[in-house]
Design a protein around this ligand. Structure first.
Ligand code: IPE
Ligand code: IPE
Ligand code: MG
Length: 244
């Protein structure tokens, strides 16, 4: 895809099929500039456009972004309200372009407790983009890994799954990510070195890439650098490397 930014050579590199991002550091990005936290969230939302474009350009097939956790409800009410407004606005402003780009939107999480209007926007976006196949964009919103596992267990009990038939792959098929491969690479911006309840089942063998860059500053070049770093990893999945 032509672009007017620096040419980044991806030729020698394997592209991770599924990249997941913990988009963290909006608050600190704003604080550093003497701005309120919601200004950081706005900048973070704007940054999504860059990362979606770069993901399409680099040939990533699945991008999963952590937008709002089940624990984030515990933040001050004003901040939660600002975040909901920003998420609704992103859907309003970006949907047409996302659809034109061939992005297929999925939601990971539970809609309970979310305002009806926002629920409707999300469902409409999923419906509109369901046949697109250039990039699957999973938005983890009101998402928690533990809540996801409980949700799966409840469904399995309701389906009367026999204990001896329960396998890892059957379990996976009850998660919000059903049908999708596990993430190859999990990126966390802002320098924190924890998983914060994100994809705790699916990321069992993902490569973890922490970067000190705050999310609003994590652009195309930074995503490229993460892919280069991913290529320097040796994924062993518990096995041993062949020695001559
Ligand atoms: C990430 O940025 C966005 C959400 C969690 C919704 P933060 O708001 O967590 O920013 P910091 O970590 O306080 O800097
Ligand atoms: C994780 O970031 C959640 C999202 C990015 C949506 P947090 O800022 O909520 O995580 P902690 O509190 O630092 O663990
Ligand atoms: Mg944070």
């Amino acid at each position: 895809m032509p672009n007017n930014e620096t040419l980044l050579d991806l030729e020698p590199y394997r592209i991770p099929q599924h990249v997941a991002i913990i988009m963290d550091g909006n608050g600190r990005w704003a604080k550093k500039r003497g701005l309120p936290r919601h200004a950081g969230h706005r900048a973070g939302a704007e940054n999504l456009r860059r990362i979606i474009n770069a993901s399409v350009e680099f040939g990533i097939n699945i991008l999963t972004i952590y937008a709002f956790s089940t624990e984030n409800w515990g933040r001050p009410e004003r901040e939660v309200r600002a975040l909901m407004k920003i998420i609704a606005r992103v859907l309003d402003q970006e949907l047409k372009e996302l659809n034109a780009q061939g992005v297929c939107l999925h939601h990971l999480g539970d809609m309970t407790g979310v305002e009806q209007d926002l629920q409707d926007k999300v469902h409409n976006a999923i419906e509109l983009t369901k046949n697109n196949n250039r990039l699957i964009l999973n938005v983890a919103f009101n998402y928690g890994g533990r809540a996801e596992i409980l949700h799966a267990v409840r469904q399995m009990l309701a389906d009367e799954i026999a204990p001896e038939t329960l396998s890892e792959s059957l379990f996976s098929s009850y998660l919000f990510t059903r049908g999708l491969p596990d993430p190859d690479l999990v990126i966390r911006t802002s320098g924190e070195l924890r998983i914060s309840n994100f994809l705790i089942w699916q990321a069992a063998y993902s490569e973890f890439y922490p970067t000190p860059v705050y999310w609003p500053d994590f652009g195309r070049k930074e995503l490229y650098e993460a892919i280069v770093a991913f290529n320097q990893r040796e994924r062993r999945f518990g096995l041993v490397t062949e020695t001559p």
